[in-house]
Ligand binder design. Structure first.
Ligand SMILES: [Zn+2]
Length: 273
């Protein structure tokens, strides 16, 4: 009986220590100076959202925004510019030569979970976007914008690309330029361009102080459900360990510590509240 009491006491103390560490670390990482909103699409009164990314699994950055849109009956689209064929398998699930096909399937499944209405995966080589003709990429994006007519477009910040990946940076740059033309020709939509941003404290924690100098602070955030992101990485089976490899912490923990999505949206002050 005495032993049981001691065991319970120890478990309780360990639990309290774990809670203090967890909530302390979470509040340290929390960017409380960034405007918080229940739903970005609701705040902006968006009617159609298009996400423009480079790889299958990049949509992990925007799960909550997409699910909010789905809940609000807003049409969504996801463009993925490479099939992710040059990725490192974590863990290995197929022969490397088939990785592009496997990851294409993974992003379609992930898109289905997120309720995405229109999806397209381009066949540009993974890791080659910066060597592609920029006007060609811009043209591809412009065509998709003209076809889908979104009023909210989400992409990477061109100078930092969320992880300094050159494909992300190139796609951010191409989208920015395609957006400028689209907006000029479709001013009635009052379209907005949003960038997915890793908050500066998290960037610093990952040792990327240099990256902080290259990107703006996020200016809007939404709460993001960890379970959805963990499920997304289960769907992306060939990349399942990516988060752990990149951050040193398992996905279920990192998404509970950083339970927000952060964005920088130009002209957000004009947003209707
Ligand atoms: Zn990527």
């Amino acid at each position: 009986m005495k032993k049981l009491k001691l065991l319970l006491k120890t478990v309780l103390i360990l639990f309290i220590i774990a809670c203090v560490l967890f909530f302390g670390f979470r509040s340290y990482l929390f960017s409380d100076d960034v405007q918080f909103t229940k739903s970005i699409t609701e705040q902006l009164q968006s009617k159609k959202v298009m996400i423009v990314f480079a790889h299958p699994d990049d949509e992990s950055y925007t799960t909550e925004l997409l699910l909010d849109a789905e809940k609000e009956g807003i049409e969504t689209a996801l463009l993925t510019f490479t099939p992710g064929d040059a990725g490192t398998q974590m863990p290995q699930v197929c022969q490397q030569q088939f990785l592009g096909d496997v990851r294409k399937a993974e992003v379609y499944k992930s898109g289905y979970m997120l309720g995405i209405d229109y999806q397209k995966v381009f066949d540009y080589g993974d890791g080659t976007l910066k060597d592609q003709s920029l006007p060609l990429l811009i043209d591809d994006i412009e065509k998709e914008l003209e076809e889908f007519k979104p009023d909210l477009i989400v992409t990477f910040w061109p100078e930092s690309g969320m992880t300094m990946h050159p494909d992300h940076m190139t796609i951010g740059k191409a989208t920015q330029q395609a957006f400028a033309t689209y907006q000029k020709n479709n001013s009635k939509y009052n379209a907005k361009l949003a960038y997915t941003i890793m908050p500066s404290k998290v960037v610093s924690m990952l040792g990327g102080d240099e990256m902080n100098k290259l990107q703006p602070e996020a200016n809007i955030s939404i709460k993001a459900k960890a379970a959805v992101k963990v499920t997304l990485w289960d769907i992306h089976a060939s990349q399942n360990q990516f988060v752990k490899d990149y951050t040193g912490l398992p996905a279920w923990l990192i998404y509970r510590l950083i339970n927000r999505e952060y964005y920088f949206i130009e002209d957000i002050a004009e947003a209707k509240r």
